[in-house]
Design a protein around this ligand. Structure first.
Ligand code: HEM
Length: 412
């Protein structure tokens, strides 16, 4: 296939747009066309290059060389000692890596400390809802993003999913801490390490016979893929909170977005692809995320692992159907069916009828006596679900987790 250039993508987009067919032109499993303008980005301008063909050039070259020259184990050992944003890089890192990391750990010039401080308020006030939405909107959605599901499944981390989920949850935990981007926080470290891990995956996964058999791309984790996953996080979370009518002051909503814009930059996403507002984010997500969602055998297995996360509490007896229904409620019937989540006659209707009133009662907008009868019975259970979500997703912050550069793929 001809490599799409900016010109022919725009031409194709223009032709389809003229036919009024842009939204129906993309079958569920195809990549969406990139017609989103860099004018709506935090950079405000840019080349507009199709991000499906852009990766993270400098990090990728550097990490490939670290892997090929056999330095990974040494680097990973040193990286374990680097945990706080303000801490100097460990002595002994290869000079080229140190030089890159010194630059990669700088916040962008547009980072706004005032907004980051407001985001802290929001995260504290809304921590309970954020736990559930990161876990069962974003986490579950990621299993229906084919490229991500395959990359996760066939990379090194795929061999130990519990460990991988814990490491990924660390980023969700770190971004919500009060000192996330401050010298004594850990979010910058987590982002830079993740950026290096992704660069390692780009070098290694193309050597996996399992991945190459199923992948429809030569190099994984393009800038477009990064934005797709990014939208499965803040954009999807905010869309759900809005749907549930959680009251959110404008400045907190903008601040939450800002903390994720900074995260995107620190993860190596180019500023010209990072949306500058929720309306830009929603329009980009409609273009790049919604149309590509689809089931894969790998995603179905990953979803099952996520649904079993609560099993340590009850062997999955109650938590699995509840988390399944929550997923069906949040992501809808189609995606739940793709992921082979069974329908549940008790919990499915309960979420449909009682979740929004539950939020209203929690927010003091509705009295429990005036809420639907179903909620009066389910209130305690929903409250427990919020706590369970927070426990599963956000409690991992206490563990000594070190995100590492992979040195191999999943051997299976
Ligand atoms: C690793 C977050 C996008 C695939 C990680 C890790 C984090 C993370 C925190 C470290 C966890 C670990 O080492 O196991 C994110 C965020 C993203 C993003 C916040 C976007 C905003 C993507 C995309 C893909 C992907 C688009 C694939 C298409 C992977 C893989 C690993 C990884 C395969 C390494 C697992 C291993 O150790 O082998 N990511 N990621 N990520 N990510 Fe991402």
């Amino acid at each position: 296939m001809e490599k799409p250039s900016r010109r022919n993508v725009l031409m194709a987009g223009g032709t389809l747009g003229a036919l009024g067919a842009l939204s129906v032109a993309t079958p569920a499993n195809a990549s969406a066309l990139w017609t989103w303008s860099p004018k709506g980005s935090v950079a405000g301008a840019g080349e507009g290059a199709d991000p499906r063909w852009v990766w993270d050039e400098e990090a990728d070259r550097l990490v490939a060389s670290i892997i090929d020259r056999g330095d990974v184990a040494k680097v990973n050992t040193l990286l374990k000692q680097w945990t706080k944003n303000g801490q100097p890089l460990p002595a002994g890192l290869p000079a080229d890596l140190r030089d890159f990391m010194e630059r990669a750990k700088q916040l962008p010039s547009w980072a706004d400390q005032g907004k980051l401080a407001t985001a802290v308020n929001f995260n504290e006030k809304r921590g309970l809802y954020l736990g559930v939405t990161y876990g069962f909107a974003s986490g579950m959605m990621s299993t229906a993003i084919p490229k991500e599901a395959r990359a996760v499944y066939y990379s090194k981390g795929g061999a130990d999913m519990k460990d991988r989920i814990t490491k990924t949850a660390k980023l969700g935990y770190d971004i919500g801490t009060s000192n996330a981007y401050k010298a004594d926080g850990e979010m910058i470290v987590t982002c830079v390490k993740t950026r290096l891990a992704h660069a390692g995956v780009r070098h290694l996964l193309p050597k996996s016979p399992y991945w190459t058999k199923v992948a429809d791309e030569k190099i994984p984790i393009s800038q477009a893929d990064m934005m797709v996953t990014w939208h499965s996080l803040p954009t999807t979370v905010m869309q759900n909170l809005v749907k549930w009518k959680v009251p959110i002051p404008d400045d907190e909503s903008v601040a939450f977005l800002h903390s994720w814009q900074v995260a995107a930059h620190m993860l190596g996403i180019k500023d010209e692809y990072i949306p500058n507002s929720w309306s830009e984010a929603n329009s980009q997500a409609a273009q790049v995320l919604t149309p590509i969602l689809a089931p894969t055998p790998e995603g179905i297995k990953l979803a099952d692992i996520l649904l079993n996360l609560g099993s340590f509490l009850d062997g999955g007896l109650l938590t699995k159907p509840i988390l399944g229904s929550l997923t069906r409620y949040v992501l809808g019937d189609e995606i739940a069916t793709w992921l082979k989540i069974p329908k549940d006659p008790l919990w499915d209707p309960l979420f449909e009828t009682a979740w929004e009133p539950f939020i209203a009662v929690r927010e003091g907008l509705l009295s429990l006596e005036k809420a639907p009868g179903a909620l009066q019975k389910a209130y305690w259970a929903f409250d427990e679900i919020l706590r369970l979500g927070a426990l599963l997703v956000l409690s991992e912050g206490d563990l000594p987790i070190s995100i590492q550069i992979p040195d191999t793929n999943n051997p299976h």
